[in-house]
Design a protein around this ligand. Structure first.
Ligand SMILES: *Cc1c(COP(=O)(O)O)cnc(C)c1O
Length: 382
């Protein structure tokens, strides 16, 4: 009944973990869920107000502009200028997305022919691989290893892959490892992309979730980046707006145009009222973002200190709301945590073969719940 391309999709491990979690809850277990990369904090009130006001205006009730309304694209360009010092033409270099996942899922359709290679980090956000498979491309996994700061090593890519490589997915600050990339790495990416004629898609969903004074970069800040690629960005993590579905693709004009052509034939744009609220989010004072970071930083510190106290080698991430913890066997650890402590974490293997040996904690739960989790683990691991 199903098309063969569905057979080619890797098993969705996360759905299986959701089932196991639901079963525990049915048994009456008070489950502490560190599995989901979805902020527990609400969308700031001024953004919600802006949506309500815009939704009352019948002018927002029609089909939106495919590329996004110009005031939204202008607000994105203004935000890139003030936050990163990157100037973008809102007409040709900014495209509204229905969340960045949507852009990631569609971009191979515009550039990848059957048999072309897409370079994707492993571990990585699962949609990099599945979107490639939908476009009948081949995935070449670039391992991220701790001894190389979880950055890919381009010299390891075989020549036969390089010859047919069309596109590369990257994302720093990184989900799931929490790693960040220095400017020199992005410079290396530009050089690599030029040499091998590869389109770079940098996924920057976590640029605003950072700690200890660290300010993540935009890929587009680096000289030449705009000639080789684009950056996908999103309001989801920055403003606790995961349910709203609004993001943006920025950068190379031809790449933006290709993605736009696919989207014009697939969706009809993001609801105008949501774009109005997104303008409010991007153009208002950013205190709400600072407050979110302060909350995540405190949670990170409590979790990392607790894990170290239990004897784990835990590293505090400089950005993202993920703690990537080294364990012996990721599935065994995840199963023990759920069955014996009622705690959900995500096994690293769910993000790719090189995620094995780690689990991911999303610190989207309160300090009190994190402390409770550490107490439950105390009986298990020490
Ligand atoms: C959350 C996330 C996204 C998708 O965010 P949207 O809600 O679709 O904007 C994309 N990439 C990574 C790495 C993420 O963690």
């Amino acid at each position: 009944m199903y098309a063969r391309r569905l057979d080619h999709l890797p098993p969705y491990l996360f759905a299986r973990i959701d089932e196991l979690k639901a079963e525990k809850q049915r048994q009456g277990v008070d489950v502490i869920d560190f599995g989901v990369g979805d902020p527990d904090l609400p969308t700031p009130a001024h953004i919600v107000e802006s949506l309500c006001e815009a939704a009352r205006d019948p002018a927002t009730h029609h089909y939106p502009n495919y590329a996004g309304m110009l005031p939204y694209r202008q607000a994105v360009a203004d935000w890139y200028a003030s936050r990163f010092g990157v100037s973008l033409d809102p007409v040709s270099e900014v495209l509204a997305l229905i969340g960045s996942k949507e852009g990631i899922a569609h971009i191979p359709e515009a550039f990848v022919n059957p048999g072309d290679y897409v370079l994707a980090t492993d571990p990585g956000y699962p949609v990099y691989k599945t979107s490639t498979l939908f476009a009948e491309g081949n995935v070449h996994e670039m391992p991220l290893r701790e001894e190389h700061d979880f950055l890919p090593v381009f010299d390891e890519i075989p020549a036969a892959v390089l010859e047919r490589a069309k596109l590369m997915f990257l994302g720093y600050p990184n989900n799931p490892t929490g790693a960040v990339a220095p400017r020199s790495f992005f410079e290396e990416v530009v050089g690599f992309a030029r040499e091998h004629d590869v389109i770079v898609v940098h996924d920057n969903a976590y640029s605003e979730i950072a700690f200890d004074g660290y300010r993540p970069l935009s890929f587009l800040e680096v000289d030449g980046a705009r000639e080789v690629g684009i950056e996908m960005h999103s309001l989801s993590k920055t403003y606790n707006m995961t349910g709203w579905r609004i993001g943006m693709a920025c950068g190379n004009e031809s790449v933006i145009a290709g993605l736009g052509r696919v989207k014009t034939n697939v969706d009809s744009g993001a609801f105008d009222a949501i774009q109005h609220a997104a303008i409010t989010a991007l153009s208002s004072p950013q205190d709400c973002v600072e407050e979110s970071c302060r909350i995540y930083q405190e949670r990170r510190d409590v979790l990392v200190a607790g894990l170290r106290d239990l004897g784990f080698e835990a590293t505090a991430p400089k950005a993202t709301f993920y703690v990537w913890l080294k364990v012996d066997n990721s599935m065994a650890f995840t199963t023990t945590m759920l069955n014996d402590a009622g705690i959900v974490v995500t096994p690293g293997i769910g993000f790719g073969a090189h995620g094995e040996g780690y689990v991911r904690f999303a610190i989207t739960r309160s300090v009190a719940r994190i402390e409770e989790a550490i107490e439950r683990m105390r009986g298990l691991f020490s």
